[in-house]
Design a protein around this ligand. Structure first.
Ligand SMILES: *Cc1c(COP(=O)(O)O)cnc(C)c1O
Length: 221
């Protein structure tokens, strides 16, 4: 199946209020434009370099930054992306805030959670999310906190992963009630190609799907 058919099939299975972000890492600008012409409005990249290389070649879309972000590279993407999913420290938030101020904009961010506390993954443990969120809200005037992002551990059985999604959803509902002008929850970003259906069942409203749209990635290209 081609990109267009894959997108149609995935969209048919998603409720209307779930945002499908096409994850375009390793994909060419042509492939991204093909996805856009097939109805994709939002794309996600995990490397600063790829955003910069492709930015001028891709027709207008909303860019999401979904990978680990080094502070010294924030300046390259601050005026290009509409949502940064991967904020997991105050220091990173402060750099985003500083660059956003320079550009006269308010950057939307998500706090990245590492629900299983896996060492191989970035993100804040479940207990650390609320303190971090409150600190960012108090200190970063040019940031708006729009929700949470989570990468679940890989399990053979997608049902096992439902437990993690459920924990993140519970936290999302709780933190969304915080009454602070910098906290304005809208996105619960969880679910990838192999587990997005489970994620949506458990309350995700933003799924990040790469392989199921574009096919397997070839990192040697
Ligand atoms: C690559 C990536 C995805 C998409 O993964 P697929 O399995 O190709 O759907 C989603 N989220 C993040 C953070 C990623 O790096």
């Amino acid at each position: 199946m081609g990109i267009r058919e894959n997108i149609q099939k995935i969209k048919q299975g998603l409720p209307e209020d779930v945002l499908l972000v096409a994850v375009t890492k390793t994909r060419s600008a042509d492939e991204i434009n093909e996805a856009r012409d097939a109805g994709i409005t939002d794309i996600g990249e995990n490397k600063v370099q790829e955003v910069m290389d492709k930015y001028d070649l891709v027709k207008p879309v909303n860019w999401h930054f979904i990978g680990h972000l080094q502070r010294n590279k924030v300046k390259y993407i601050i005026d290009k992306v509409s949502l940064i999913h991967s904020v997991d420290s105050l220091r990173l938030a402060e750099e985003i805030d500083r660059r956003a101020k320079e550009h006269g904009l308010v950057m939307d961010i998500l706090v990245q959670i590492n629900p299983a506390d896996e060492e191989s993954k970035f993100g804040v443990g479940l207990d650390g999310v609320k303190p971090l969120l409150l600190e960012i809200a108090d200190k970063c005037e040019n940031i708006r906190i729009r929700g949470l992002m989570s990468v679940a551990p890989f399990t053979e059985d997608p049902e096992d992963v439902a437990i993690y999604f459920r924990q993140v959803k519970t936290l999302y509902d709780e933190l969304g009630k915080i009454d602070h002008h910098k906290v304005d929850f809208r996105y619960l970003s969880m679910g990838m190609s192999h587990d997005y259906k489970t994620a949506v069942t458990e309350g995700s409203n933003l799924v990040r799907v790469g392989t199921a749209i574009f096919g397997p990635r070839n990192y040697t290209k």
